[in-house]
Design a protein around this ligand. Sequence first.
Ligand code: GAL
Length: 682
Amino acid sequence: MATRSHMLLALSLFVTHVSNQSGASRWEERNPGVWTTEFGRHDTPTLTEASGSTPLKGQIEKLPRAELPFKINEVKLTKTRDYCVVSVPLKPGEKIFGLGMQMSGINRRGGVYHLQVDHFAEGHDRLHAPTPMYISSLGYAVFLNTSRPINFYVGVGNRRTDPKIPAFKDRNTDRNWDAQPDSGQVEASVQAPGLEITILAGPTAMQALQRYNLFCGGGAMPPLWAVGFWHRTPSLATSSQVSQEVDEFAKRGFPLDVIGLEPGWQSRSYPGSMEWSPERFPNPKQFVSSMAEKGIHVNLWENPYVAPGSSLFKKLESRFGSHTVWLGAVPDVFDDKASKSIRDFHTDKHLNIGVSGYKIDEVDGFDFWLWPDHATFPSGLDGLQMRQIYGVLWQKLIDNMYRQKGQRTFGLVRGSNGAASRLPFAIYSDTYDHHQYITALINSSLAGVTWCAEIRSADSNEEWVRRMQSACLSPIAQLNAWDSGKKPWSYPAVSEEIREAMLLRESLVPYLYTAFAQYRLSGIPPVRPMCLIDGGVESDQYMLGDNLLFAPMFVGAKTRTVRLPAGKWYDYSSGKFAGSSQTITIAPSLSEIPLYVRGGAAIPTIPGALRADSIKPCLLRCYGEGPYVAPIYEDDGISFGFEQGHYFLGTARINKGKITTKLEDGLRPNVMTKFEYVVIAP
Ligand code: GAL
């Protein structure tokens, strides 16, 4: 039976004709509030094709209907000899967020961006994830669905013929002369025969982002274990050294869920064999199962460049690009047969003995590092296009491999792009600036990807603590000691502060798992930038899930200001009232983490957990005045059953001492977890 919303949808799907210099363009509302047009003939693959994503239409329908703040035919599509050009109007005061996982700044208005995949470095604008999508503070988003590099001129570049061109000023005499007069539009250009453009409505900026993520298949849903703590051992560690290190975590009472092996697990690397080293890992099967017995999941570092001596090399039957990387052959992962050979090889050598996922390194890097623009691949892609999507294609390949086994994975990757929201990977970098890491956390959400603000080493006890606190309050919490050899307790004077931060992280797994489920089901990312929730304010604080607000401390700073949005806010640890709709100045000691809770919220936690899948009663930490409400999500934690609706999404409510749960979505009518609660008050 057609529901009212289906009928409304049928009525509202429409096609708008827009004229432009190249003739009429059809804007089609293929999904509610999502308008797409083809301008010329776009080349293949688009970003959505590369990532294999299809819109979660049913979830998009749950967002409120919305209009754009401009008429769609105000979007101008033009063609020059070489470029497809898109111009979208900007209003005075409108802010623009996104345009890739930028590592500095938040509002992109007034900037020029050349979006290409590369290892981030100060002074150039190439990015680990150059998602060609932006979100407007006025509540809409624009996505250019192409795997070609794109230039964005955000409010800069005045057209001579613009009727609204700003008045001339004389620099000799006018102190208000402007070096960069606002152009009142975003202009984007791509060197391609055509382009697919998608505009997504809000009504709010956050809902525009949600619509984008749902359009790209919904946010990635990690297995439960991936929400715990990750530790990567030194490059050349042997299986017995890794086992000892894992045991040390348990002995010292530090949580651990994932152990990451770095290049030395392979018989050779750079280029890699992707085969176990007989010296360092003589019995991989036994090693991986001994880890599983301890509840530890094994993640393998790889870069995709195949050493000629590897048995994978032969299996790929020359399905390689024309150029090498470190003399390793570059598999053409846009080719189905090559992808299948890689999947079969990895399934046999790793997945079937219990490996839980991968860290895909070195899929960023510009032409001096990877391969030149003119490189060729058997599938027909050129080097330029392949570089833009190589990381995305690898993520899809690995995701498909685990899907075939019915098992969820989560991994790390250093290069990604648009339409990758649904792929179960977090991005990382070799840069190591704490401020940039926090900016990347915020901007990753604005680019539809996930960032891992990992910790590696520190120059002081203070830095070690502050960075660990940030790492533990990011979507994936990881100590990457591939080079430093550090362990959480490596700075003895602050070992307790570190343990506290890690225990806090592990205790928050039920809360964070729910935040990931919200990412998957409603497109709202686990890290929520303040610019999308607090009146467009750019800030280095962020919301983690619905009810936690984190304000990171940086080394050397004794105080900082925290802007508390509307509502009442309480200190997470003490329950002390912190303020309401105001900016406060705090001076937290090293052991104090500036983490705040919305009044009336209950935070689901497993206190003292050392593993993410600890089965203990879930303690709801309640703040302020009741009744208290906690969002709750549950599924089996490992399979894809949730994609068929086998989950519970709803709330736990505590009113006058009684806990009740209410299902809002999903086929699991009841929660399996036992709940207890405590009101946190000073
Ligand atoms: C780097 C990577 C590091 C580590 C290292 C191992 O490229 O960013 O995290 O994995 O390789 O050689």
